[in-house]
Design a protein around this ligand. Structure first.
Ligand code: ADP
Length: 539
């Protein structure tokens, strides 16, 4: 081997900020806030206030390697922390407010965070948790001095804290493998697990996200992340947008259809993204009001399977392309993205749309995929043979935070817990999570496929399928449906809708109408559903 003779400048989050401020300094950032007027500044302003925040954190005693926790929505102040904490060498733990009290306390104590910075409307939550937070020394409310009210804990005002600080910071050069963000999985089984993203992983992931074969962002785009900043760094958009020079629009906690539509229209949003539930609400809003998004071109959707009907409605009614992504907290989170290829385009628009609307995405440079059969051999890439999905790459977890053993095997393969197929074009299709698979008479039924089809039935808002114990077949599918407000849908309508679209033995043994519980990350909570309906077929 002979070493290359190029420079080895580390890939650091602060490098993104420095670049955006110098190359796209005037490009706007717009943020809704909890109960303050809309905030406007630009990348230059972000660099200035992130520097002030870094000085303030340092003054509070935060040193490289320390953890600080945010409990916050998608706002410019949260964005500033995304750069301030990792920039100075600390780690930002983005706590997920949708977890249970116990789990939030667990994650903050597990992270051993020294500072907790929280949005105003989490004041009661923080007051409730504070006595159990063993490592927090300073509480900071992300608010101006006038609006910071006593929260049951003594909290400083973020604005007062940063006000007198210098607007430049000598961002240190450090090892690109240093930890930058600590994101916890939602812990559907056991305690949440911490995934510690390195600067290198964050920067490579953000660069890959911007590629034309991925999000394809340019300086003309206006990007509004509706995936939460606290959940796997909002799919890296707070980094990809500045790298591409895109305008950034932050919706705070207002994810209802009317609020999102207002921002989309007023700010000229061209690109947005979030979990399917948000877009179900948004499409219902457009339908009810007859409004149409003007500039919107692409919506990236992931976190759980995108119903085909959702992608089709966006495209055929509003001319908006849906890019489905698959990923997880352990993959930073981007794994695959469903974008077209010449081979698909050659098949014609309908066939291409069909392929894209029914698959999670395509192999991206940086993430290797392997579908493994039960005997450990690699399953053929035929789009039919399913198996355990494993991944590896520079933004895939190696070991969970404070665990003694690696989460990936010796060759780097991390078992995602998903069941999938891969086809000859490199398209991935998730058929289930290992723990959600329905085993009926020894055969597998894909709950995701059934949900996807049932979601297309008129009047259905959310369709959830779980396997419930059955005396003869071991398990059979039960379909739980939450309808749109005011929609009258009967069991017979749903079964008639499914009949021509599925093989007979997949037909759910029953269809029930009930609210569908969601997890902290917006996915159907199958554990709760299975528990609630477990004796439905056995009596
Ligand atoms: P959690 O903390 O709930 O595990 P993650 O966001 O890490 O939150 O969840 C990752 C899981 O979400 C994946 O393993 C997969 O099961 C599911 N998932 C993500 N995107 C998709 C998608 N497009 N289609 C189907 N399932 C998806």
């Amino acid at each position: 081997m002979i070493l290359g003779l190029m420079q080895t400048s580390p890939l650091l989050v602060s490098g993104i900020l420095r670049y955006a401020a110098s190359a796209h300094g005037g490009r706007e950032i717009v943020s809704r806030l909890i109960d303050e007027p809309i905030w406007r500044y630009n990348y230059e302003g972000l660099a200035r206030r992130a520097a002030q925040a870094a000085h303030a954190l340092a003054r509070l005693g935060v040193k490289p390697g320390d953890r600080v926790t945010s409990l916050a929505w998608n706002t410019h102040r949260h964005l500033e922390l995304f750069y301030a904490a990792p920039g100075l060498g600390a780690v930002l733990h983005t706590a997920n407010p949708r977890l249970s009290d116990e789990q939030i306390v667990f994650t903050i104590n597990h992270a051993a965070s020294r500072v907790l910075l929280f949005d105003r409307n989490f004041a009661d939550l923080v007051a409730r948790l504070a006595p159990r937070l063993t490592s927090i020394e300073t509480f900071v409310m992300l608010s101006d001095a006038e609006r910071t009210h006593p929260a049951g804990v003594e909290a400083a005002s973020y604005e007062a804290l940063i006000a007198g600080e210098a607007g430049t910071f000598d961002w240190p050069t450090m090892d690109e493998n240093a930890g930058a963000f600590l994101c916890y999985t939602s812990g559907t089984t056991g305690d949440p697990k911490g995934v510690l993203y390195s600067h290198r992983a964050v920067v490579l992931h953000a660069m890959a996200g911007g590629l034309a074969s991925a999000f394809g962002l340019t300086a003309f785009d206006v990007v509004m992340p509706c995936s939460s900043l606290y959940h796997a760094t909002a799919w890296g958009l707070p980094f990809t947008a500045p790298i591409c020079g895109a305008k950034l629009v932050l919706p705070a906690d207002k994810m209802d259809g009317a609020s999102l539509h207002r921002l989309i229209q007023d700010e000229g949003v061209t690109f947005t993204g979030g979990v399917p539930t948000i877009w179900t609400m948004y499409l219902a809003y457009l339908e009810q009001t007859g409004e149409r998004p003007v500039a919107l071109k692409r919506v990236v959707i992931g976190g759980s399977a995108v119903p085909r009907a959702m992608a089709e409605t966006f495209k055929t009614r509003y001319g908006v392309d849906v890019l489905q992504i698959w990923g997880m907290t352990e993959t930073c989170p981007l794994g695959v993205i469903a974008t077209p290829t010449p081979a698909l385009a050659a098949l014609g628009e309908d066939a291409m749309n069909e392929a894209i609307w029914t698959r999670q995405g395509r192999l991206q440079f940086g993430i290797e995929l392997r579908v493994e059969a039960e005997d450990g051999s690699e399953a053929p890439r035929d789009g039919e043979t399913s198996g355990a999905l494993k991944v590896r790459g520079p933004w895939v977890v190696r070991r969970y935070y404070r665990k003694d053993e690696d989460a990936a095997d010796v060759d780097g393969w991390f078992d995602t817990g998903d069941i999938a197929t891969l086809d000859q074009n490199g398209f991935l299709r998730i058929t289930d999570r290992q723990k959600d698979v329905i085993k009926s008479g020894g055969e597998w039924i894909s709950s995701i496929d059934l949900e996807n089809i049932a979601a297309g039935c008129p009047g259905v808002k959310i369709a959830a399928v779980v396997g419930v114990p059955h005396p003869k077949w071991e398990e059979r599918p039960l379909l739980v449906i939450e309808t749109h407000e005011g929609a009258a849908v009967a069991k017979a309508d749903v079964l008639a809708f499914l009949e021509p679209r599925i093989v007979k033995w997949w037909t759910p043994d029953d269809v029930v109408f009930a609210p569908v519980p969601l997890t902290a990350t917006g996915k159907i909570d199958k554990k709760v559903l299975r528990e609630a309906w477990r004796s439905h077929l056995t009596g």
